[in-house]
Design a protein around this ligand. Structure first.
Ligand SMILES: N[C@@H](Cc1ccccc1)C(=O)O
Ligand SMILES: CCCCCC(=O)O
Ligand SMILES: [Zn+2]
Ligand SMILES: [Zn+2]
Length: 543
């Protein structure tokens, strides 16, 4: 019988009093607990040390290359324009906007307006078209290639790209009566093409015109490429310019095209404007989805019509977005480069994406613009179906535009689409598709990067940071990959949050001041590109 109050110890007749046992047990437990606690504290402290070390590590200042410093000021033309020149700038851009160079599809463009463009620019830029060292060629009927022969043939040429065509625009929803009026309002010029991309077309030519009027002869040769079908893929314009340059064996030190901006008030946590230079661009797929079914009288409909089946398939695509791949692509370079410019605590977070990456990725999903950085995006852009209200539709057709994250491929995306829709009745055919573009070099030894940093510093002294970025859209520059590995997408225009929806959207506009700054930037860039880069065969040229 077991005496009350005590319990037979399984370990044998000898039993210690409860309190002593508990004390021994808790002594060991306490010891283990202390060790665990110390290990945990040590780990937390080590983590904290790493986090803080990465946050406050000294950043190598990106040098404004001493080459420019050595260059005496009187040799450089200051980017200041007279009141007459500023008026001329504005009016030339307005005239270009009024020419409705609309691309509806690859085989449907306003060729009348495109044809008018040549006489228009000949009249607007007499010095460009009369300079003995400048050759102008029409490529693919409506695109333009200018070769500006520099005085020092040793220096490898670069290329400035822009496009003449624009996407359609209907007056509905615009604050001005006509999206092609180039109406001036409150210091802005309103019109389709003011940001995308006639501001670059006219800005590049006007910067060159003003340099020539000041008897400037570039040392370094360069090309100006003006495509006329960028908005529909560039097959007849940019691709033919590339073929022409390839046939001449040309290699370029860099290409500068549209594709990113100076973001002001857009990067949460960074006060000063950020110049984001696209070092790559996403891939893209334009796919057509079709469902066919027996037509018939709508009074005796089948369970599912082609419209219902296709709609469900498309809804699945929207409800199951592609995976968040933040940190798997070059977008991480942008955040790492910008990390020290973020206010606390974002500077700690951005300096430690190894730890906070998933959190930042989730945060970036919140808005369309930043969501486009972290995943392949899916946009259902066209839907055609039905012939009459009382006829069962023989077919339903939809177009979906995917922009592929740099760490995915066309095939991977198509595999995910197939799995998501999982319906054999839905047929998919590719209209166009290409993988994400290569990542261009981004370091202080890269000539193009040096030039951009210096020129941004010259013209936009308030810009706090110059960082590599991702161009979430696509540009003509993607065709130039065989002519250079240094392709950059950047329009030197201040872009605020309210400007994002204007791109291909309503009330596209550019401030007159902003356009002048863009011309100043090109004016400076051409001069800044005239130095030889340290890795180039040394050539005789004044510095
Ligand atoms: N630049 C436009 C048109 C385009 C689409 C696809 C490739 C090239 C250009 C866009 O990104 O939508
Ligand atoms: C936003 C990136 C540029 C897209 C090129 C275009 O739509 O003309
Ligand atoms: Zn566009
Ligand atoms: Zn464009």
């Amino acid at each position: 019988m077991i005496r009350r109050g005590t319990r037979r110890s399984p370990r044998g007749p000898e039993r210690r009093p409860e309190g002593a046992k508990m004390a021994a047990l808790s002594g060991r437990a306490r010891g283990a607990l202390w060790v665990a606690l110390l290990a945990l504290c040590g780990t937390v402290l080590a983590l904290l040390a790493v986090v803080l070390a990465r946050t406050y590590a000294p950043r190598s200042p990106s040098p404004a290359p001493e080459l420019w410093a050595r260059r005496s000021r009187q040799q450089r033309l200051e980017p200041t324009f007279s009141p007459q020149e500023r008026r001329e700038l504005k009016e030339a851009l307005q005239g270009a906007i009024r020419m409705q160079t609309v691309s509806f599809s690859a085989n449907d463009q306003n060729t009348t307006a495109l044809a008018e463009f040549e006489p228009y620019i000949r009249k607007a830029f007499p010095a460009v078209f009369s300079a003995a060292f400048i050759k102008h060629e029409v490529i693919g009927e409506y695109s333009h290639l200018f070769t500006i022969q520099g005085s020092n043939a040793q220096l490898q040429p670069y290329m400035l790209l822009a496009h003449i065509d624009v996407v359609p625009a209907s007056p509905d929803g615009w604050d001005v009566s006509d999206p092609f009026s180039a109406e001036e309002r409150d210091g802005f010029i309103y019109g389709r093409g003011t940001l995308d991309n006639k501001n670059s077309v006219m800005g590049i030519l006007h910067a060159l015109e003003f340099l020539l009027r000041r008897n400037y002869r570039p040392h370094r040769s360069f090309y100006i490429g003006l495509g006329h079908d960028e908005e529909v893929g560039g097959r007849k314009g940019a691709m033919k310019i590339v073929a022409e340059l390839e046939s001449r064996g040309i290699q370029l030190s860099f290409v500068l095209d549209e594709g990113s901006f100076i973001f002001d008030g857009i990067v949460t946590g960074i006060e000063k404007p950020v110049a984001s230079i696209g070092i790559t661009e996403k891939g893209a797929i334009t796919a057509n989805f079709t469902v066919t079914s027996e037509p018939g009288h709508s009074s005796a409909p089948p369970k599912r019509t082609s419209i219902g089946i296709l709609s469900e398939a498309l809804a699945k695509l929207e409800q199951h977005p592609m995976p968040n791949l933040f940190g798997h692509g070059p977008e991480i370079l942008m955040f790492e480069q910008l990390a020290p410019d973020f206010s606390f605590p974002l500077n700690v977070i951005m300096s430690n994406l190894w730890l906070f990456g998933p959190l930042v990725g989730r945060f970036l999903e919140q808005t369309p613009t930043t969501n486009a950085l972290v995943r392949t995006t899916t946009a259902i852009t066209m839907f055609h179906a039905g012939v009459k209200s009382n006829v069962i539709p023989p077919s339903a057709n939809a177009t979906v535009n995917f922009r592929i994250h740099s760490s995915q491929t066309v095939d991977e995306v198509l595999g995910i689409v197939d799995k998501t829709i999982d319906d054999k009745r839905v047929k998919i055919e590719m209209e166009s598709a290409f993988d994400p573009l290569p990542v261009s070099p981004w370091d202080d030894q890269t000539f193009g990067v040096q030039v951009f940093r210096q020129t941004i510093q010259d013209v936009f002294p308030d810009v706090g940071s110059v960082a590599p970025g991702i161009c979430v859209g696509n540009t003509d520059s993607r065709h130039f990959v065989n002519l250079t590995n240094a392709i950059y997408r950047f329009n030197p225009v201040i872009f605020k949050p309210e400007d994002l929806p204007r791109f291909h959207g309503l009330n596209e506009r550019i401030s007159i001041e902003g356009y002048e700054k863009q011309v100043q930037f090109i004016f400076q860039l051409i001069q800044n590109s005239d130095i030889s880069q340290s890795t180039e065969p040394h050539a005789n040229h004044e510095l």
